[in-house]
Design a protein around this ligand. Structure first.
Ligand code: PEP
Ligand code: MG
Length: 590
């Protein structure tokens, strides 16, 4: 049934995967799972209740096992996520604490699980890092499947979807996504989740338009409603008028032909119209994403976020496990560079095997290099794995979230121990491996001259640099309007880092998402930036923008930009000067 009044409604969310699709809505519900009551268990029925919980966990595990076994080939890359879920079923935080709650409080298993999960949720909701928050959702997905088994809820058979639809869901677990015949799915819309959630990652990899985190799509959209999903703009239009439909059909066609054009040219070098070659690389989280970097013409991996391999598992990964994954990436990319960032876990409570009480400000807490230095054994293990992989291609090491010079010295001490031990063991590694530092904290940007004395390169992480410089939580929708990459303070800070890098002879790269938006490219070129890294899908557009510009013109242009006092004025200046190139090349964005 369609919306009763059939009025056109527009929803906004996070543009998690670009592109436009128009089709019918298909709602995935979680019937029965939330209708729960608390009741007390007699002492003599306690073992029965414990057994009921254990049986539900067992059935949920069996279901997941069945899903893993029958996963379609194109989603094999997600098998390890689901395998990690198998471990979570018996995680202390979930399994152990639920059993404890049943036994201590003599309450029914559903209630005990609900309480434990809501504690876990509250803990994770305070996390600043959207990527890790996405991984924390794993524990919630696992508990949902136990709950379904406890409550005897009917599990939606999304594997049976046999018509081309736009999937609308509260959230989708990896287990659910992996059951879907993805060729049937035209687009995704969810209430929760963001760009770095599983659905976001899968949608980007498979190039399915997705708008996530709309808050209320499942309560507004009805089955069979006609929907437009504009994954580029992050909007969803329900029951579009004929006029809107025509407008979006045209926009869709423009987007698709634009994409075909720029992707066709993505193998061309990122050379400006006045002959200066830039480097445009890709950011990855999973080894499998290397394929996208290659397909979109990336000049290497500018940022390999290694956190993923540390999550959803009972302990730190071993040197061999890490080495094995790094080696795959390095060999596939060789001779192009692979920049491996050491684990940037944000607050150790997010890792099941290290538990701490909740931090009030996790983004300012024990994360990045601070955490690496507090776990020297785990850090050493990772450095040894990276070094061993360096024998198979071109590897660079990147240190995250550095806020003072001493952290670089301390990290390099551990690095030296790692090289010494490998040398003693006669293991091959690249003795000239470059070490770089993320410039994503204002103190690191201001102290760039000091940082430069001990590193080979800087990588400007604008995602965090903007967050910390402007005091704007990067995942808080309420202050998203203040998250301005073109704020004059950000431009000045970037200028300072580039100037220092040139002066001190260290390379400088930008790996935050600021590098992925064509509108920022004239300013970045004018400031002297020559190396960029971004989500792989954005590589062709950025290369295309670079080819349309001359460094000669962007230099005087930046002088004008530096005189402006607001982000809006700067955007206007870019539009006035480069609007015709932007609208000519990216006119589908109108
Ligand atoms: C950044 O902060 O810009 C960055 C690239 O790191 P992450 O997004 O992983 O925090
Ligand atoms: Mg960062």
């Amino acid at each position: 049934m369609s919306n009763t009044d059939d009025k056109e409604i527009e929803l906004h969310g996070i543009s998690a995967s670009p592109g436009i699709c128009i089709g019918k809505a298909y709602l995935v519900g979680k019937e029965g799972v939330d209708v729960l009551e608390k009741y007390f268990i007699d002492q003599n029925k306690l073992q029965e209740e414990v057994h009921r919980f254990k049986a539900a966990v067992k059935s949920a595990k069996n279901e997941l096992h069945g899903i893993i076994k029958t996963m379609p080939e194109d989603l094999r890359q997600d098998a390890h996520i689901l395998e990690a879920h198998m471990v979570l079923f018996e995680d202390k935080m979930l399994y152990g604490r639920t059993l404890e709650t049943i036994e201590k409080e003599l309450v029914n298993a559903e209630w005990a699980l609900k309480i434990v999960v809501s504690d876990v949720k509250a803990m994770f909701d305070n996390m600043a890092d959207s990527y890790l928050r996405g991984r924390a959702a794993d524990i919630i997905h696992v508990s949902d499947s136990i709950m379904q088994n406890l409550a005897g809820a009917k599990v939606e058979n999304i594997a049976a979807i046999n018509k081309r639809v736009i999937l609308i869901a509260s959230d989708l677990s990896p287990a659910e996504t992996s059951q879907i015949q993805l060729e049937k799915i035209m687009g995704f819309v969810t209430d929760h989740g963001g760009k770095t959630s599983h659905t976001g990652i899968i949608a980007q990899t498979l190039e399915i338009p997705a708008v996530l985190g709309t808050d209320n799509a499942t309560s507004i959209i009805k089955n069979d409603d006609i929907i437009i999903v504009d994954g580029t703009a992050g909007s969803v239009i329900i029951n579009p008028t004929d006029q809107t439909l025509i407008q979006f059909e045209e926009r869709k066609e423009r987007y698709e032909s634009h994409k075909a054009n720029i992707t066709r040219d993505s193998e061309l070098p990122a050379e400006t119209a006045d002959g200066i070659c830039m480097e445009v690389m890709g950011n990855i989280e999973l080894p499998e994403e290397v394929v996208s970097v290659i397909n979109y013409g990336g000049d290497g991996i500018g940022l390999y976020r290694t956190e993923f391999q540390y999550l959803s598992r009972p302990d730190f990964p071993s040197e061999y496990e890490l080495f094995d994954r790094y080696k795959d990436v390095v060999e596939v990319m060789a001779p192009k560079p692979v920049t491996i960032r050491t684990f940037d876990l944000s607050g150790d409570k997010k890792v099941a095997y290290v538990s701490r009480s909740g931090d009030a400000n996790p983004a300012l807490g024990l994360r990045g290099i601070r955490y690496c230095l507090q776990k020297p054994d785990a850090f050493m293990t990772q450095l040894r794995a990276v070094l061993r992989a360096s024998a198979f291609g071109h590897v660079r090491i990147l240190l995250p979230m550095v806020s003072c010079h001493e952290e670089i010295i301390a990290a390099k001490n551990i690095f030296n121990k790692a090289t010494d031990s490998l040398a003693k063991e006669g293991v091959d590694f690249d003795e000239n491996i470059e070490i770089g530092v993320m410039i994503e904290v204002p103190s690191a940007a201001i102290m760039a001259d000091v940082m430069a004395t001990d590193v080979d390169f800087f990588s400007i992480g604008t995602n965090d640099l903007i967050q910390y410089s402007l005091a704007v939580d990067r995942v808080n929708k309420d202050v998203a309007y203040l998250y301005q990459p073109l704020h004059p303070a950000i431009i000045r800070m970037i200028k300072h880092v580039i100037d220092v890098a040139k002066d001190k002879g260290v390379k400088v790269l930008m790996c935050g998402e600021m590098a992925s938006d064509p509108i920022n490219i004239p300013i970045l070129l004018g400031l002297g930036m020559e190396n960029f890294s971004m989500n792989p899908q954005s590589i062709p557009a950025v290369k295309s923008m670079i080819r349309a510009l001359t460094v000669k013109d962007t230099r005087p242009f930046v002088q004008k930009v530096l005189k402006e006092s607001s982000s809006n004025a700067i955007i206007e200046l870019v539009q006035d000067t480069y609007g015709s190139i932007l609208s000519d090349k990216f006119y589908y964005l109108d």
